[in-house]
Write a protein that binds this ligand. Structure first.
Ligand code: COA
Length: 330
């Protein structure tokens, strides 16, 4: 056993929202069709949270599963981090609600990270830094997102893309050399305009006018996001591998943020990792933003696709534009 601390994922969990919105349902709402959506995005249906379910309740359900998988009690958590841009409310943090809902210790710092679809990797990187420096021993990192409640269901450019859900991991200090090998985080603030929810903040405080103009709904320049996503996700994957002296063929599983199947196919080709190694669920979940990596990771783990010592690569990109990668020895 080495004295070097690594951060190991001890358990994973997810919340699968109960409602389903199919492409055919959307055909009745906006000028779109199933063929266009499937061919341009890879999405067939998306999950929608039912009334009475919130971002925090999805997160708590996912975290409970992850704690069970880790064989731990809520009291073991020293920190709770929620990656979310769709919090229960602007104040307090969704993570504070999660702390109460799962019955974690009142001394456990609990906060949200706003890095859009990259929120889970940002949270993982922060937890890793606290654990490796010995400040804490065990943390919950959650990606939880309910973008359908920030959606203009008359805007076909966005409403066909997103779904609700949450995924969680419990990470803990370990000494056997396995765990997170590296994380890399990036932001290009010159691209803040291409993916936004412009209303409801200090720049455009909520008013009857902002609501009427749907300024509280997500707005996106899809083509621009697409271009930077392919480039930056590929670069982040290459950085993770080169930093650790690894080759594409060393990677057993890629848990990538899933926004569009064509983005993932292009990244797969660019980084020379076959698409069969990607954990994919976009077809039935849609883009669940910060939740997409932990949900697909959990599904891969429960399907027996991840074995001890496998190399797992995570890559994500979202509004900011913020992106990043993590490489993990499972
Ligand atoms: N149904 C039918 N047609 C649609 C449509 C829809 N839901 N949405 C757009 N179109 C139309 C456009 O109006 C356009 O028509 P035109 O040629 O007559 O002007 C045509 O389809 C092509 O539009 P375009 O925007 O070029 O499509 P695209 O191939 O770039 O696909 C996205 C659009 C949004 C699916 C794609 O750009 C994308 O996935 N971008 C990244 C999104 C993303 O990752 N967002 C979140 C980051 S986490």
């Amino acid at each position: 056993m080495s004295s070097v601390i690594h951060t190991r994922i001890a358990g994973t969990g997810k919340y699968r929202a109960d409602g389903v919105l199919t492409n055919h349902d959307l055909e009745k709402m906006v000028d779109t069709n199933d063929t266009w959506i499937r061919e341009r995005t890879g999405i067939r249906e998306r999950r929608i949270a039912l009334p009475g379910v919130y971002t925090s309740t999805m997160a708590s359900a996912a975290l409970k599963e992850a704690l069970d998988a880790a064989g731990m009690q809520p009291g073991a958590l020293d920190m709770i981090i929620c990656g979310t841009v769709t919090p229960d409310m602007p104040l307090p943090a969704t993570a504070a609600f999660v702390q109460r809902q799962i019955g974690a210790s009142g001394n456990c710092p609990s906060f949200d990270i706003s890095a859009a679809c990259a929120g889970f990797i940002y949270g993982l990187s922060i937890a890793d830094a606290f654990i490796r420096t010995g400040k804490i021993r065990t943390a919950a990192v959650i990606g939880t997102e309910m973008l359908t409640r920030f959606m203009d269901f008359e805007d076909r450019n966005t409403c066909v893309l997103f779904g609700d859900g949450a995924g969680a991991v419990v990470v803990t200090a370990d000494h056997d050399g396995r765990g997170i090998l590296s994380t890399h985080l990036f932001t290009d603030g010159s691209l803040t305009d291409i993916l936004q929810i412009p209303g409801g903040g200090s720049k455009e405080p909520a008013s009857a006018e902002t609501v009427a103009q749907k300024r509280h709904c997500i707005q996106m320049e899809g083509r621009e996001v697409f271009k930077v996503a392919v480039r930056y996700l590929s670069e982040a994957a290459e950085t993770a591998l080169s930093t650790n002296g690894k080759k594409p063929e060393d990677v057993q599983l890629v848990a990538a943020h899933q926004a569009n199947m064509r983005i993932l196919s292009a990244v797969s080709k660019r980084v020379s990792i076959p698409i069969e190694r990607f954990a994919l669920n976009l077809e039935s979940y849609g883009n669940t933003s910060s939740a997409s990596i932990p949900i697909s990771l959990d599904e891969a783990v429960r399907a027996g696709r991840v074995n001890d010592n496998d190399l797992v690569l995570m890559i994500a990109l979202g509004g900011g534009i913020s992106w990043g990668s993590a490489l993990i020895r499972w």
